[in-house]
Design a binder for this molecule. Sequence first.
Ligand SMILES: Nc1ncnc2c1ncn2[C@@H]1O[C@H](COP(=O)(O)OP(=O)(O)OP(=O)(O)O)[C@@H](O)[C@H]1O
Length: 622
Amino acid sequence: MLLRVEEQGKQKKKSKVRLWVSNGSDAVKAMGQMSLLALRAQPLCFLVLVLLQGLQGFFPLITAWIAKIVFDLLAQGIQGHASPSMMQSLWLALATQALVLICGAVMSPASQYLNAELTRKLTLSMKSTIYRKINSLVGLEYFENAELHDTIQVATNNAQIGPLQAVNTFTALLQGLITLFSFLAVLLAFNPLLVALIALAVIPQLYAQFKLSQKRFNTVMTNSPRERQASYYGQVLSIAQFVKELQLFNLGGYFLRKFVATTETIYQEQRDEQQQALRWQVLLALLAGGISTIAFVLVVTQAFAGNLSLGDVALYTSAIASIQAALTGLVLALSRSNDSVLFFRQYTSLLSLGSPPTKHHTYKPLEPLASGITLQDVSFRYGEQHPWTLRHVNLFLPAQQCLALVGLNGSGKTTLVKLLTRLYDPTEGQILWDGIDIREFDPVELRQQMGAIFQDFTRYDLSVQENIGLGNVEHVENLHLVEQAAMKAGMHERIEALPRAYQSILSKWLAPKDEGVDFSGGEWQKLALARMFMRNSQMLILDEPTAALDAEAEYDLYQHFKQLMRGHTCLLITHRFSTVRMADTIAVLEHGQITEVGTHADLLAREQTYARFYTMQAESYQ
Ligand SMILES: Nc1ncnc2c1ncn2[C@@H]1O[C@H](COP(=O)(O)OP(=O)(O)OP(=O)(O)O)[C@@H](O)[C@H]1O
């Protein structure tokens, strides 16, 4: 029994050792990757920085050695043994010391500049890599995941810190090791035991620094969602979009209290971490102080015993101080490298994210829609914990016709659009484009064939031209196309009436001075329609396109509706039954299931849900 316990203990120790070894080799690998990133970002800066730091590693020994020579010469001079050759040596020593001082003085700001330049290059290169990666993530699933936001936040905020610290660690290690070994040789000649004592004192330092580094990382990760919350409260308090309700409902104090409380929690976490660091630092400083005192006592007693010259005393005391400083520097560099490895892992885990909706990597060519789009037994839910939003949906959208989808709030209409546009994939079933599963097409190519206007379309703080042109970003500069799209949406005259027409900036806070303009809700909706028309894609998806339009604008739009939709396959979602009639076919979605399909006349004749909704709405106008 006892043996088994011992065996288990050994196993545990072995696996702990194995863990340390694998963590260590992972860390070395990460450091290598980071240094390579820094080297690639700005090779010259990197190499010069390493060279300068390496050279600086020799300075403490040179300075201490010069001090020894000067002290020994002085002692001889004071005893009246001065000679011309001694004076020559003294001047040479002083000149070397001056040179070292000048080099040190120049190298320090030069290293700072190179460091800053490397930071700039690294920040830009790593942040653009991160944003490129985020941009490549297909679907909305990722962006609804709080953990991903933590990873993005930590990776973006600390991206450049990792490789930069790797460079700093590398240079600090180089500098520290040069200083350490050069002085160790000197001190070993004096007292090997003392060297052993100083070296042993490193162990608690290493332990503490690695522990603290882990704690620092945990604090950043724990605070990450809180920082997002605090930043959100800050935005609510300061951005024009929120100000209206904030003032009307007098919400300023409420959000301010939330901001203060969240920030206090963040600070408390940081305070705990810093207090732990402080306790360790005090302990370690006491330990280092004790060892220094023992070493100085040893040197001074040996000097009194006549075994050391004045110059030796200067050299050894300086060696003790320099070795301790170098060891502390090395330990700090190693702990910083641990920090950077931890943060760098967030960066690499972000870059290694795949895109679940992309199941087929060799895509099929997307031919023009000939027959239509079929939803075949499609079911969907937003996650395992969520209820089914769509259940066994079977629906056919004929090519070049318009299908209207109606249903109560929350029945799943927008979700169906998200599946068609591959923002999500069906949990069960298939969506077929002329019989081919849409997952077999490149999502980018598929979306190029889909122009969509969502209920919550985006209002960009950009020019009018860009707000429309972004519907087809390759033609954003083509004013003629932008104007045509605006005409289709009935917005051209209104835009032309603006002081800077299509160049007007639709933002009150990004435009210079008083040049910013804003549109009404309905005008914005027309702009979003124009963005959709800009695309000239085979399929048009209109999710509540007229909710904010006035009666006249809606009437105008639907007068031209047939003409605008000609040649396109169209899916129209609306709660306004007066406009649903324009569609060739109408489908009713109830609790995630299609319950009725037919023409307006068919469905009225059936006297089921559609007929009931239609009559209710018609009656409210009488
Ligand atoms: N990202 C999401 N995560 C979890 N549930 C969601 C998400 N988006 C929508 N839902 C839920 O799915 C259901 C269907 O929403 P959907 O937006 O498709 O309805 P809708 O028919 O378009 O409603 P409306 O007419 O109000 O626009 C709702 O119950 C909604 O709460």
